[in-house]
Design a protein around this ligand. Structure first.
Ligand code: SF4
Length: 227
Protein backbone atom coordinates (compact mmCIF):
# COMPACT_ATOMS: atom_id res chain seq x y z
CA UNK A 1 0.00 0.00 0.00
CA UNK A 2 1.36 3.39 -0.96
CA UNK A 3 1.13 6.56 1.08
CA UNK A 4 -1.01 9.21 -0.58
CA UNK A 5 0.06 12.86 -0.57
CA UNK A 6 -1.19 15.01 2.31
CA UNK A 7 -4.16 16.44 0.36
CA UNK A 8 -6.28 15.24 -2.55
CA UNK A 9 -5.09 18.29 -4.53
CA UNK A 10 -1.46 17.31 -4.03
CA UNK A 11 -2.33 13.68 -4.83
CA UNK A 12 -4.04 14.74 -8.07
CA UNK A 13 -1.10 16.90 -9.11
CA UNK A 14 1.39 14.09 -8.50
CA UNK A 15 -0.79 11.66 -10.47
CA UNK A 16 -0.93 14.07 -13.41
CA UNK A 17 2.82 14.78 -13.32
CA UNK A 18 3.81 11.14 -13.24
CA UNK A 19 1.31 9.95 -15.84
CA UNK A 20 2.30 12.77 -18.19
CA UNK A 21 5.85 11.44 -18.06
CA UNK A 22 4.62 7.93 -18.75
CA UNK A 23 2.21 8.84 -21.54
CA UNK A 24 3.48 12.05 -23.15
CA UNK A 25 1.35 11.61 -26.29
CA UNK A 26 -1.87 10.66 -24.54
CA UNK A 27 -4.95 11.78 -26.48
CA UNK A 28 -8.39 10.70 -27.71
CA UNK A 29 -8.26 7.43 -29.65
CA UNK A 30 -11.54 7.76 -31.58
CA UNK A 31 -11.08 8.68 -35.27
CA UNK A 32 -13.06 11.54 -36.81
CA UNK A 33 -12.48 14.38 -39.23
CA UNK A 34 -15.19 16.87 -38.21
CA UNK A 35 -17.49 17.68 -35.27
CA UNK A 36 -20.41 15.58 -36.46
CA UNK A 37 -18.18 12.53 -36.90
CA UNK A 38 -16.80 13.16 -33.41
CA UNK A 39 -20.30 13.33 -31.94
CA UNK A 40 -21.32 10.12 -33.70
CA UNK A 41 -18.14 8.29 -32.68
CA UNK A 42 -18.64 9.27 -29.04
CA UNK A 43 -22.30 8.19 -29.06
CA UNK A 44 -21.20 4.84 -30.52
CA UNK A 45 -18.40 4.40 -27.97
CA UNK A 46 -20.74 4.06 -24.96
CA UNK A 47 -20.04 0.58 -23.56
CA UNK A 48 -18.06 -0.33 -26.67
CA UNK A 49 -14.30 -0.25 -27.32
CA UNK A 50 -12.78 2.62 -29.28
CA UNK A 51 -11.10 0.05 -31.59
CA UNK A 52 -14.46 -1.44 -32.54
CA UNK A 53 -15.97 2.00 -33.09
CA UNK A 54 -13.03 3.03 -35.30
CA UNK A 55 -13.43 -0.12 -37.40
CA UNK A 56 -17.13 0.53 -37.91
CA UNK A 57 -16.88 4.27 -38.56
CA UNK A 58 -14.23 3.79 -41.27
CA UNK A 59 -17.05 2.60 -43.56
CA UNK A 60 -19.84 4.61 -41.96
CA UNK A 61 -18.13 7.96 -42.53
CA UNK A 62 -17.56 7.01 -46.18
CA UNK A 63 -21.23 6.24 -46.72
CA UNK A 64 -22.88 9.07 -44.74
CA UNK A 65 -21.86 12.67 -45.23
CA UNK A 66 -23.52 15.30 -43.06
CA UNK A 67 -26.59 15.40 -40.80
CA UNK A 68 -29.08 15.08 -43.67
CA UNK A 69 -27.73 11.65 -44.60
CA UNK A 70 -28.16 10.32 -41.06
CA UNK A 71 -31.49 12.03 -40.38
CA UNK A 72 -32.98 10.70 -43.62
CA UNK A 73 -31.55 7.19 -43.37
CA UNK A 74 -34.09 4.43 -42.70
CA UNK A 75 -33.71 3.16 -39.13
CA UNK A 76 -33.16 -0.45 -40.28
CA UNK A 77 -30.45 0.52 -42.75
CA UNK A 78 -28.47 2.68 -40.32
CA UNK A 79 -28.79 0.03 -37.60
CA UNK A 80 -27.52 -2.60 -40.03
CA UNK A 81 -24.55 -0.37 -40.84
CA UNK A 82 -23.70 -0.28 -37.12
CA UNK A 83 -24.35 -3.92 -36.32
CA UNK A 84 -20.97 -4.73 -34.78
CA UNK A 85 -21.49 -2.04 -32.13
CA UNK A 86 -23.15 -2.69 -28.78
CA UNK A 87 -26.78 -1.47 -28.63
CA UNK A 88 -26.63 -0.59 -32.32
CA UNK A 89 -30.39 -0.26 -32.68
CA UNK A 90 -30.70 2.35 -29.95
CA UNK A 91 -27.57 4.14 -31.08
CA UNK A 92 -28.86 4.33 -34.66
CA UNK A 93 -32.01 5.95 -33.34
CA UNK A 94 -30.01 8.40 -31.19
CA UNK A 95 -27.93 9.41 -34.20
CA UNK A 96 -30.94 9.87 -36.48
CA UNK A 97 -32.79 11.95 -33.86
CA UNK A 98 -29.73 14.00 -32.94
CA UNK A 99 -29.10 14.83 -36.59
CA UNK A 100 -32.75 15.81 -37.00
CA UNK A 101 -32.40 18.24 -34.08
CA UNK A 102 -29.10 19.55 -35.44
CA UNK A 103 -30.82 20.30 -38.76
CA UNK A 104 -33.97 21.81 -37.27
CA UNK A 105 -32.53 23.80 -34.36
CA UNK A 106 -28.86 24.40 -35.12
CA UNK A 107 -28.59 25.10 -38.87
CA UNK A 108 -26.90 21.76 -39.43
CA UNK A 109 -24.02 22.51 -37.01
CA UNK A 110 -23.07 20.56 -33.89
CA UNK A 111 -23.91 22.94 -31.00
CA UNK A 112 -21.19 24.30 -28.74
CA UNK A 113 -22.85 24.55 -25.32
CA UNK A 114 -23.36 21.91 -22.67
CA UNK A 115 -27.09 22.71 -22.45
CA UNK A 116 -27.69 22.34 -26.19
CA UNK A 117 -25.55 19.25 -26.56
CA UNK A 118 -27.23 17.42 -23.69
CA UNK A 119 -30.61 18.08 -25.31
CA UNK A 120 -29.56 15.90 -28.24
CA UNK A 121 -30.80 12.33 -28.21
CA UNK A 122 -28.41 9.92 -26.48
CA UNK A 123 -26.03 12.69 -25.38
CA UNK A 124 -25.22 12.92 -21.67
CA UNK A 125 -22.71 15.09 -19.89
CA UNK A 126 -19.80 12.76 -20.67
CA UNK A 127 -20.44 12.76 -24.43
CA UNK A 128 -21.05 16.51 -24.40
CA UNK A 129 -17.78 17.14 -22.54
CA UNK A 130 -15.83 15.15 -25.14
CA UNK A 131 -17.48 17.02 -28.04
CA UNK A 132 -16.88 20.40 -26.37
CA UNK A 133 -13.24 19.60 -25.62
CA UNK A 134 -12.21 18.01 -28.90
CA UNK A 135 -14.71 19.56 -31.29
CA UNK A 136 -14.91 23.11 -29.97
CA UNK A 137 -11.81 23.54 -27.76
CA UNK A 138 -14.06 24.31 -24.80
CA UNK A 139 -13.08 22.64 -21.53
CA UNK A 140 -15.96 22.89 -19.06
CA UNK A 141 -15.38 19.79 -17.03
CA UNK A 142 -13.67 16.44 -16.71
CA UNK A 143 -14.80 13.49 -18.83
CA UNK A 144 -15.50 10.62 -16.45
CA UNK A 145 -15.49 7.25 -18.16
CA UNK A 146 -15.02 3.83 -16.60
CA UNK A 147 -11.21 4.22 -16.36
CA UNK A 148 -11.41 7.68 -14.75
CA UNK A 149 -14.03 6.34 -12.37
CA UNK A 150 -11.90 3.34 -11.34
CA UNK A 151 -8.54 5.12 -11.06
CA UNK A 152 -9.89 8.15 -9.19
CA UNK A 153 -11.29 5.90 -6.49
CA UNK A 154 -8.30 3.54 -6.37
CA UNK A 155 -5.92 6.45 -6.00
CA UNK A 156 -7.94 7.99 -3.17
CA UNK A 157 -8.90 11.11 -5.14
CA UNK A 158 -12.57 10.65 -4.32
CA UNK A 159 -14.93 8.25 -2.59
CA UNK A 160 -17.84 9.25 -4.83
CA UNK A 161 -19.42 6.53 -6.96
CA UNK A 162 -21.59 8.29 -9.54
CA UNK A 163 -19.80 9.82 -12.55
CA UNK A 164 -21.44 13.25 -12.06
CA UNK A 165 -20.25 13.40 -8.43
CA UNK A 166 -16.80 12.12 -9.36
CA UNK A 167 -16.55 14.89 -11.96
CA UNK A 168 -17.46 17.52 -9.34
CA UNK A 169 -14.78 16.15 -7.01
CA UNK A 170 -12.14 16.12 -9.76
CA UNK A 171 -12.96 19.67 -10.84
CA UNK A 172 -12.11 20.76 -7.30
CA UNK A 173 -8.73 19.03 -7.11
CA UNK A 174 -7.29 18.64 -10.62
CA UNK A 175 -5.68 21.87 -11.92
CA UNK A 176 -7.95 23.30 -14.64
CA UNK A 177 -5.24 23.24 -17.29
CA UNK A 178 -5.12 19.45 -16.88
CA UNK A 179 -8.87 18.68 -16.92
CA UNK A 180 -8.80 17.42 -20.50
CA UNK A 181 -5.52 15.54 -20.25
CA UNK A 182 -6.45 13.93 -16.93
CA UNK A 183 -9.03 11.77 -18.71
CA UNK A 184 -6.66 10.57 -21.42
CA UNK A 185 -3.92 9.82 -18.89
CA UNK A 186 -6.32 7.73 -16.79
CA UNK A 187 -7.52 5.89 -19.89
CA UNK A 188 -3.96 5.08 -21.00
CA UNK A 189 -2.89 3.97 -17.53
CA UNK A 190 -6.15 2.07 -17.02
CA UNK A 191 -5.61 0.13 -20.22
CA UNK A 192 -1.88 -0.49 -19.85
CA UNK A 193 -1.33 -1.02 -16.11
CA UNK A 194 -4.24 -0.33 -13.76
CA UNK A 195 -6.69 -2.68 -15.43
CA UNK A 196 -10.04 -3.50 -13.84
CA UNK A 197 -9.40 -7.11 -12.90
CA UNK A 198 -5.64 -7.50 -12.61
CA UNK A 199 -3.69 -4.26 -12.13
CA UNK A 200 0.08 -4.53 -12.38
CA UNK A 201 0.92 -2.70 -9.15
CA UNK A 202 4.54 -3.90 -9.25
CA UNK A 203 5.04 -2.12 -12.55
CA UNK A 204 3.07 1.02 -11.65
CA UNK A 205 4.65 4.47 -11.37
CA UNK A 206 1.98 5.43 -8.82
CA UNK A 207 2.51 2.47 -6.47
CA UNK A 208 4.23 4.50 -3.70
CA UNK A 209 1.30 6.95 -3.46
CA UNK A 210 -1.59 4.56 -4.19
CA UNK A 211 -3.71 3.49 -1.20
CA UNK A 212 -5.02 0.50 -3.18
CA UNK A 213 -1.56 -0.83 -4.12
CA UNK A 214 -1.78 -4.61 -3.87
CA UNK A 215 1.53 -5.16 -2.02
CA UNK A 216 -0.11 -4.90 1.35
CA UNK A 217 -3.41 -3.14 0.79
CA UNK A 218 -6.19 -5.64 1.13
CA UNK A 219 -8.86 -3.51 -0.46
CA UNK A 220 -9.43 -2.24 -3.99
CA UNK A 221 -10.84 1.20 -3.23
CA UNK A 222 -12.48 1.27 -6.67
CA UNK A 223 -14.94 -1.42 -5.60
CA UNK A 224 -14.45 -1.30 -1.83
CA UNK A 225 -13.97 -5.09 -2.03
CA UNK A 226 -10.93 -7.16 -1.01
CA UNK A 227 -8.47 -7.83 -3.86
S1 SF4 B 1 -1.83 -0.34 -10.75
FE1 SF4 B 1 -1.97 -0.70 -8.54
S2 SF4 B 1 -0.62 0.84 -7.64
FE2 SF4 B 1 -1.05 1.50 -9.73
S3 SF4 B 1 -2.78 2.89 -9.57
FE3 SF4 B 1 -3.60 0.85 -10.00
S4 SF4 B 1 -4.06 -0.06 -7.99
FE4 SF4 B 1 -2.69 1.70 -7.66
Amino acid sequence: MGTPRESTQAQAETVVDRLKEEYPDSTISLRYSNRLELLIAVILSAQCTDERVNEETADLFEKYDGPEDYANAPQDELAEDLNSITYYNSKAEYIRNSCQTILEDHDGEVPDTMAELTELSGVGRKTANVVLQHGHDIVEGVVVDTHVQRLSRRLGLTEEKRPERIEEALIDIVPEEHWQQFTHLCIDHGRAVCTARNPDCDGCVLADICPSERGDSEVDLASGEPW
